[in-house]
Design a protein around this ligand. Sequence first.
Ligand code: A3P
Length: 280
Amino acid sequence: SFRAVVVKGIHLHPFPLVESNINNYVKFHAREDDVWIVNWPKSGTHWVYEVVKLLITGREELTDSIKEGTMFPEACAVESLEKLPSPRVLDTHVPLKLFPEEALKQSKIIYTIRNPKDAFVSSYYHMKNNKGDLYDGTWNGYFDLTMDENTCLYGSWFDHVADWMEVLENNPNALVVKYEDMKRDLKKEVRRIAEFLGYPKSEEVYENVTTKCSFGHMKKAKKEPKSFWKPGGSMYRKGIVGDWKNHFTVAQNEKFNTIFNEKQNKLRVSVDFDIKEGTM
Ligand code: A3P
């Protein structure tokens, strides 16, 4: 199984004090200019975070932001979140039922979606290569644990997307961004994000943010904490669309597609499994 802490039935990354931090969310004071980046893991968190930070501050974010309490507030005490200057950019993978209620009513939310098959593969390598002993089994074992809603991390992908999309679909304070759209035309998504946030910028700025947020640049520029990865591990692994085809067996793909087809109408968002990079 995955090494996790179970809070209200959801398996979470075992950050120290994660349970009390989440329970303290009732004391969390949302701000109107907070920007939340929410997603099922490995669906573009760091990428969108970098875009948002560059748009807001004009600077690259090269620090280990978990320490500052911005990335993953569930890893931080509510009190330390209070001390962060506005506008705060906060990331979380929690399913809707664990999200602070006030933030849902008052703050901006960017929900990112990635082809779940690619997110599974990315998450598998994240867990294997992370020093936190999160998972040490095979891909097949990972697949079974992640398809099972009782053992997967951060809740099932299907429920995560369905529950979040239900509240975000017609919410003017929410924007849905797809990983595959960013791969296809990053500048277009940068502009969309800027306009949504109310920070419209010049073409030159969009161009600069797009360059700074290319996979190659981010992989090179970001300082990844050494304490975090085993040799060879990185938050910037491949950064491509379709790596699932190198991992899913035919049977796994069929099992996934069967469930996907059953639940598709609840997702309220199209997910294209066969997008080819650089086409369309
Ligand atoms: P892979 O493991 O498939 O390479 P998260 O930030 O949510 O943890 O997601 C990490 C995934 O996003 C990794 O996927 C990583 O390579 C990819 N990623 C991060 N920055 C990227 C960028 N600038 N362009 C494309 N993919 C990026």
